[in-house]
Design a binder for this molecule. Structure first.
Ligand SMILES: Nc1ncnc2c1ncn2[C@@H]1O[C@H](COP(=O)(O)OP(=O)(O)OP(=O)(O)O)[C@@H](O)[C@H]1O
Length: 257
């Protein structure tokens, strides 16, 4: 079934503060949408509402035509909404490869008979190795997760997400804290994922070079509200967006980099 995801008047209040304010948007498969906005604009809160860490005060998150606004994060993950794992939820003493293999196995489920499962172990391992190769972590496969440097931990988070094969991929600043040498591994993988016509990809990102490289569409949040939504060139040229990023004396668009 083709995946569909939409937000309808999505709103959350924390006391008197409206962190996400009546946001409506429909996301299309085969499209990568970047959510941008200044610090405190509501980007991460919006992600939390989609992945289930938060429930809206009003409005809906709709997946495949069903209102999932009050579903748990686990139920949403089973329905295909995938957000990068926090490494704290992994098995830190197991190897990098074992962790990815377990993620692939979890996706495949436990239905097969014992001998078929035994035969499938090689296939699971091969797929896990491929996910590691995709984020250029092959050399780290045998290390315990706890021994990975920060940048490699971020890569592993993405490899684990890819192993789950979600229908909606959610990346929250996936290259934050990475060196310039490390980031391309992640960006190349996201570029490949967004080429899949059956996946929706959502990205929260501050770095404008990453936004430019990957975005099919940009949504701008400001004070919790959606103030712009459309193709990157059009959105970045809008006076309201230039004002948010640059102040009233908006200069050339390059200054947004
Ligand atoms: N659990 C919470 N309780 C109270 N206020 C919250 C909570 N979570 C977020 N907020 C507030 O909601 C607003 C939006 O925060 P959010 O983290 O979503 O912004 P953001 O756009 O992701 O910012 P950044 O780019 O700095 O990560 C902020 O004013 C924040 O302080």
């Amino acid at each position: 079934m083709t995946v569909s995801l939409s937000l309808s008047d999505l709103t959350i209040r924390f006391g008197g503060h409206v962190a996400v304010d009546a946001v409506s948007a429909t996301f299309r498969p085969g499209e990568l949408t970047v959510i941008v906005g200044p610090n405190g604009a509501g980007k991460t809160t919006c992600f939390n509402l989609v992945s289930g860490q938060l429930k809206p005060t009003s409005g809906q998150v709709m997946l495949d035509g069903r209102d999932i606004s009050n579903w748990s994060p686990a139920a949403r993950a089973r329905a295909g909404i995938g957000r990068a794992f926090q490494l704290t939820s992994l098995f830190p003493d197991l190897s990098v490869l074992e962790n990815v293999r377990l993620a692939v196995q979890a996706r495949e489920g436990q239905g097969a008979s014992l001998w078929r499962r035994a035969r499938a172990l090689t296939a699971l391992r091969d797929e896990a190795l491929q996910h590691l190769a995709d984020v250029r972590l092959t050399d780290m496969a045998q290390l315990p997760v706890s021994a990975l440097p920060h940048g490699d931990q971020r890569k592993l988070e993405v490899a684990l997400l890819a192993a789950m094969r979600p229908r909606v991929f959610m990346f929250d600043e996936p290259t934050a804290g990475m060196s310039v040498d490390e980031a391309p591994a992640i960006l190349d993988l996201i570029a490949r994922i967004k080429g899949d016509p059956d996946r929706i990809v959502l990205l929260v990102e501050h770095k404008m070079d990453v936004v430019r490289a990957l975005a099919d569409r940009i949504i701008v949040l400001h004070n919790g509200a959606l103030v712009a939504d459309g193709p990157p060139d059009e959105v970045m040229a809008l006076p309201v967006v230039r004002e948010i990023y640059l102040g009233a004396d908006a200069a050339a668009p390059e200054a947004m980099a």
